[in-house]
Ligand binder design. Structure first.
Ligand SMILES: NC(=O)c1ccc[n+]([C@@H]2O[C@H](COP(=O)([O-])OP(=O)(O)OC[C@H]3O[C@@H](n4cnc5c(N)ncnc54)[C@H](OP(=O)(O)O)[C@@H]3O)[C@@H](O)[C@H]2O)c1
Length: 309
């Protein structure tokens, strides 16, 4: 099969080449991939550390080529969206049926391919916050792939949504269109306490966002894009003055169980136009280096899609 292979001598460390077809385990379906979306984490960390010849990629949309031998998961010919720890940047991938969602016929595979990491992380992080109907929810890194999903899902869930970006002038309109009631330049610009935070940035933004939590509030530390440590000033963890019982929780999507139904639900919302993935770069997989560079240099706000012919 053709695949994007890690190659340190190539632009962005990737080249199109040939790789062996994957051999599915009994609980895995073989998927013919039609589109993949890139995520910051895989290009920032996985791509830098993988050996030459590796086939990476977390998100892929496509069609079931061969159903799982153990009878689980969708039948051959079903349009699907898939999550895996590797293997999405290829014509064929083998995927655990626990990580396969089904997709309505005729849906755009590119749009649907944005669902697994960005959409499912946003959904599960909001679940971890707890009830959000009528509550104030802050999303940091809101212009990113996962952040935009969090903004839209929090709005669909009935929250008052505050979206934080480094550049509100540039991104305010699109974030309001995604569902934000307020767009701010960082947590320090938020006026009133919040009940929950979905934090994509970490570092000082996490510290500032924690300081905004109302009593009983939860901050879910999803991302660490700032690459900074978190230094809390003395007193930040005091529980006086109505600040009792505030939590910071860590998050890891691959550790979440029951993702197949979430992927299916999210894919149907995207196909129906109720969730807008904000595609900010799209092209053939020959253009992968350009998309990777844009993502790493923070020029890309939203999702990058590679169509795999
Ligand atoms: N724990 C998990 O399982 C999990 C799952 C999914 C994602 N993540 C992590 O969550 C974060 C968001 O993922 P994503 O795919 O949405 O990433 P992304 O598309 O790159 O978005 C990150 C956003 O963070 C903001 N940001 C603020 N400071 C930044 C900095 N110093 N460098 C880069 N961006 C900065 C940017 O918005 P502005 O420029 O508008 O400020 C950017 O749009 C990443 O760190 C990712 O690794 C973790």
């Amino acid at each position: 099969m053709r695949a994007l292979l890690v190659d340190r001598s190539a632009p962005a460390g990737l080249r199109l080449g040939q790789a062996p077809d994957p051999e599915p385990a009994p609980n895995q379906a073989l998927i013919r991939v039609t589109a993949t979306s890139l995520n910051y984490g895989e290009v920032r960390f996985m791509l830098q550390e993988a050996p030459d010849g590796a086939v990476l990629g977390w998100d892929a949309a496509g069609v079931v080529e061969r159903a799982a031998a153990d009878g689980s998961g969708p039948a051959a010919g079903t349009p699907v969206v898939t999550l895996g720890v590797a293997g999405a940047w290829a014509e064929l991938r083998a995927v655990d049926t626990d990580w396969i969602g089904t997709v309505p016929a005729g849906a755009d595979p590119g749009a649907v391919s944005t669902v697994p990491v960005a959409g499912a992380s946003a959904l599960r992080a909001l679940h971890r916050v707890g009830p959000i109907l009528g509550r104030r929810i802050l999303v940091t890194g809101a212009t990113g792939g996962a952040g935009r999903y969090a903004v839209r899902l929090a709005r669909l869930g009935g929250a008052h949504v505050i979206a934080s970006t480094g550049d509100p002038d540039k991104h305010g309109d699109s974030l309001r269109a995604a569902g934000a009631h307020e767009v701010v330049a960082g947590p320090q610009a938020v006026g009133e306490p919040v009940d929950g935070v979905v934090d994509m940035v970490g570092g000082q933004q996490l510290v500032d966002a924690y300081g905004l939590l109302a009593q009983g509030g939860t901050l879910v530390a999803v991302g660490h894009s700032a690459h900074q440590g978190e230094n809390f000033p003395f007193g930040a963890l005091f529980a006086d003055n109505g600040r009792h019982d505030r939590s910071i929780v860590t998050f890891s999507l691959p550790e979440c169980s029951g993702l197949a139904s979430d992927l299916t639900w999210l894919a149907h919302r995207v196909a129906a136009g109720e969730l807008e993935p904000q595609i900010s770069w799209r092209g053939g997989w020959g253009g992968a280096a350009e998309a990777v560079d844009a993502l790493l240099q923070r020029r890309l706000h939203g999702k990058a899609i590679l169509d795999i012919a």
